[in-house]
Design a protein around this ligand. Structure first.
Ligand SMILES: [Zn+2]
Length: 316
């Protein structure tokens, strides 16, 4: 059974305390079986975050990461177009009414009923307003902390599988050059990666970190690097290795002219990796995530990343 199949079968949802703990225990044991040092590091910021750390990020030359936590279900897809900032922002604006409508309805209805009951229009209006305000926060909370999305194969079982697949394929003689972290609580606001970064300043400020989030669905593999990362001496080796990898179309993008919010944002030399499909006019896009339709992770995507990134590590 492949790693992605194992994860989908054994740990389809990683959202409750118990689900996450069971996954971490398995992941640590799996890494140790491959001969790696692995442990869970717990740090607290807004939430308690348990990151799975494999190898030694402080001494490695590159750190590969992905978040293992499962998002909540959203009523509409988190449709993203990382290279088309205008469409990206317009779609996010479309989400605003979704957030506000339940609040407006609750406020109006609450106010109306209270007015009927009390006959006091002023009191009804202020309590109705308060109810509406609370409802907006409840809606927002449900989007972030609500029931788990049972289908999360792309976001982010795919990135978790990509990290483990790569870990397994790097030959023993090159393993000290790489380390791996599976981050907790990305979906609550990148909390796990922030917690790790604040505890490990050298990793935050000095290490090349390649973060895989939603890499399973789409034939174009997009990498996003900021200017200072593109100026690293090892950067040409990364591009060469990825161009040489087979099965998928590799694209290196300038992070400063794209949008791809994920855990790499907490690291100075963070590169984001995602898979996209492409359509006319709007260009590269990633759909289905945070919805029931998030069921695709193609092995060819994981093979492409493992092949290219294993090659990159060997060139370091
Ligand atoms: Zn994600």
């Amino acid at each position: 059974m492949s790693i992605i199949e194992t994860l989908v079968e054994k740990f389809p949802i990683r959202k409750s305390k118990a689900q996450k703990a069971a996954f971490r225990e398995w992941a640590v044991a799996y890494a140790q079986e491959q001969g790696y040092e692995a442990h869970v590091e717990t740090a607290r910021n807004i939430a308690r975050c348990h990151n799975v750390v494999i190898g030694d990020p402080e001494t490695a030359e590159v750190v590969f990461t992905g978040h293992y936590d499962t998002p909540a279900t959203m009523p509409i897809p988190n449709f993203i177009t990382p290279c088309n900032v205008l469409v990206y922002l317009l779609y996010q604006l479309l989400l605003v009414p979704v957030l506000l409508v339940p609040g407006l309805l609750t406020g109006a209805l609450g106010g109306y009923v209270l007015k009927l009951l009390t006959g006091n229009a002023e009191l009804a209006a202020s309590i109705g307003g308060l109810l509406g305000f609370v409802m907006v926060y409840v809606t927002l909370g449900l989007m972030m902390f609500g029931p788990a999305n049972r289908n999360n194969v792309n976001d982010n079982t795919s990135g978790t599988a990509a990290v483990l697949e790569l870990m397994e394929r790097i030959p023993p003689e090159n393993r000290s050059k790489a380390a791996f972290i599976l981050f907790d609580n990305e979906e609550k606001g990148m909390l796990g990666s922030a917690a790790y970064a604040s505890k490990h300043k050298a990793v935050k400020k000095e290490k090349l970190l390649i973060n895989m989030d939603c890499v399973g669905d789409g034939e174009h593999m997009l990498f996003f690097a900021n200017k200072r990362t593109r100026n690293l001496p090892c950067f040409p080796q990364l591009e060469e290795a990825m161009h040489a990898a087979t099965g998928r179309n590799f694209l290196m993008n300038k992070l400063e002219s794209c949008i791809y919010p994920s855990d790499q944002a907490n690291y100075k030399y963070g590169i984001a990796v995602c898979a996209c499909n492409k359509m006319k006019v709007i260009g590269y896009y990633c759909d289905k995530i945070h919805t029931k339709k998030d069921t695709i992770c193609e092995q060819v995507n994981l093979d492409f990343l493992a092949e290219g990134l294993t090659d990159f590590v060997s060139r370091l």
